[in-house]
Design a protein around this ligand. Structure first.
Ligand SMILES: [Fe+2]
Ligand SMILES: [Fe+2]
Length: 168
C-alpha cells in the first residue's frame, strides 16, 4: 500500500503543519522517542498524514484542518515516557489528557480537535471518540504505532545479529 497524498492535499498538509509548529512546542517533541527509533514529533506527523490519507482514500467527509491539527497534537504530552518517573508511570492512561491540556495552552481548539486528542487512546481509555475525525486519528495512531514498533523490533534483531556476527 502506498500512502501518498495528492499534490494539492500535500500542500494543505504542509501549510497546517508549518502553522502548528510556528505556534507551539511541537518541534521540541523531536527530542523524545515514541516507539522504536521514531520521535514523538515524527510519529505525530505520520499519524496526521495517514489520517488525512484515510479520509481521502475512503472519501470520508472531514473538517480537514481540525483533523490534521488534532492528529498533530494527539501526543503533545512533552516528556520522555520511557524515563522512570512516578508522575507519568500510567502514561498509557493519562497522556491523552496531558496532551489536551498542553495543546489548550497554545491554541484555541475546536470541539473536534479536543475530542480527537482526548479520545485517541480508545479502547485503553474507555470513552470512545464522538466524531469521524477522532475515529480516524484513533485508527491511524494504531497503524503508525504498529509500524514503528515493528521497526524497533527489526533494529533490535539487527543488534542481536551484529552480536553474533563473529561467533568464533
Ligand atoms: Fe498517544
Ligand atoms: Fe500516538
Amino acid at each position: 500500500m502506498q500512502v501518498k497524498l495528492e499534490a494539492e492535499d500535500e500542500r494543505k498538509f504542509r501549510e497546517i503543519l508549518t502553522e502548528v509548529c510556528r505556534n507551539s512546542r511541537l518541534l521540541s517533541s523531536d527530542r523524545f522517542i515514541q516507539h522504536g527509533t521514531t520521535s514523538v514529533f515524527r510519529h505525530s506527523v505520520a499519524v496526521a498524514y495517514v489520517s488525512f490519507y484515510i479520509a481521502r482514500k475512503y472519501r470520508i467527509r472531514v473538517r480537514e484542518k481540525a483533523l490534521i491539527r488534532g492528529a498533530l497534537l494527539h501526543d503533545y504530552f512533552l516528556y520522555d515516557w520511557h524515563e522512570k518517573a512516578d508522575w507519568h508511570k500510567w502514561h498509557g492512561f493519562y497522556h491523552a489528557g496531558k496532551a489536551l491540556r498542553n495543546a489548550m495552552e497554545d491554541f484555541e481548539l475546536s470541539e473536534i480537535e479536543q475530542d480527537t486528542i482526548a479520545r485517541h487512546m480508545f479502547p485503553l481509555n474507555p470513552i470512545p471518540p464522538r466524531c469521524r475525525e477522532a475515529w480516524i486519528v484513533c485508527l491511524a495512531d494504531k497503524i503508525c504505532s504498529g509500524g514503528e514498533t515493528a521497526d524497533g523490533f527489526r533494529n533490535w534483531l539487527d543488534e542481536i545479529a551484529k552480536g553474533f556476527a563473529h561467533p568464533i
